[in-house]
Design a protein around this ligand. Structure first.
Ligand code: NAP
Length: 285
């Protein structure tokens, strides 16, 4: 039987802006590798059209769901009839699918964050660890929820705008605490994991104003940014001999459960897609 467009399952990523999203490249690579009758698009949606446009997408029976990026992650959660515990805790969703005829929201950024960390350092043995998270936006919140799953001794939040870190620490309670941005250098002393979940260090933005010295000797520095793949923070951490992780594995890690939710099969286990993404990022302006 020949295939028709009516048989092609679709999914997409929505945001504003959306041109630079790597999600179509990622998902279409997996679709091709598995030989699925499917396609993954990018769609620009303006905030004032969010509810109408998203609802319209789901009217198509072949439309399996969407990933959501800035600035719509909170609106996605608000629109859904129900949501996973992770999405509710994060106060944001990056995945919308249909479940029993209703919209269901989930947040795979949390799993995306913990996956590379667990691969690098395991899921056990964090009881005595101190984890530092820089930032208090959506990525920091996902990192915080992921870090809490490791049951560390302490999680210290540091954010340029102190009040936001304090509010987040208050919302989550022990073992999360916020320290003043002005104390950030001291706060690092002896920490086992430093996570940059802020936008500082992204291409076109100033580097994070923090030296990664004073961390525990076997500390890991995890920058959630992937443009560039090596931020000034990661370059300094490398030079200092710390373990490093960039945001690319998190990007792939959040896409894996999304792909399975859309198309009903897990993406290929191999890391072939990573080389394609690295190549693309290296030539991107
Ligand atoms: P967001 O909600 O806009 O939050 C941005 C955060 O960065 C805020 O806490 C902000 O502090 C802080 N910040 C911005 N410029 C700063 C500077 N110069 N110095 C210190 N702090 C600064 O953004 P987001 O969604 O959380 O994203 C944050 C980063 O995570 C981005 O770089 C993004 O690329 C990355 N990310 C990666 C993935 C992945 O899959 N790898 C997924 C999501 C996000 P204030 O509160 O003071 O403004």
């Amino acid at each position: 039987m020949t295939s028709t467009n009516a048989q092609i399952k679709t999914a997409c990523v929505i945001g504003d802006p959306i041109d630079h999203s790597l999600s179509p490249l990622l998902h279409n690579y997996w679709i091709k590798a598995l030989g699925l009758q499917a396609h993954y698009n990018r769609v620009m949606i303006k905030a004032d059209r969010f509810n109408v446009d998203v609802t319209n997408c789901f009217k198509d029976r072949n439309f399996m769901g969407m990933n959501i990026t800035l600035p719509h992650k909170q609106a996605a959660l608000a629109l859904a009839s129900d949501a996973s515990t992770e999405a509710k805790k994060a106060g944001a969703a990056n995945l919308l699918i249909r479940r029993k005829g209703k919209l269901w929201a989930h947040n795979t950024d949390i799993e995306g964050f913990t996956g590379p960390l667990i691969k690098a350092r395991g899921s056990k043995g964090w009881e005595a660890s101190t984890i530092i998270i820089i930032g208090a936006g959506g990525a920091a919140r996902a990192a915080l929820i992921g870090a809490l799953k490791l049951r560390p001794y302490k999680i210290i939040l540091l954010n340029r705008t102190d009040a936001k870190a304090q509010a987040l620490a208050k919302a989550f309670g022990k073992p999360v605490l916020a320290l003043p941005w002005s104390d950030r250098q001291n706060a690092l002393r002896g920490a086992d994991l430093l996570v940059n979940a802020s936008a500082a260090g992204m291409a076109g933005k100033p580097a994070l104003d923090l030296r990664c010295e004073g961390l525990a000797p076997d500390a890991l520095v995890y920058d959630l940014i992937y443009t560039p793949l090596e931020t000034p923070l990661l370059a300094a951490a490398n030079t200092a001999g710390y373990g490093v992780l960039n945001g690319l594995d998190m990007l792939i890690g959040q896409a894996r459960p999304s792909f399975e939710a859309f198309f009903g099969v897990p993406p290929p286990a191999d890391e072939g897609v990573k080389a394609i993404l690295v190549k693309t990022l290296e030539v991107q302006p």
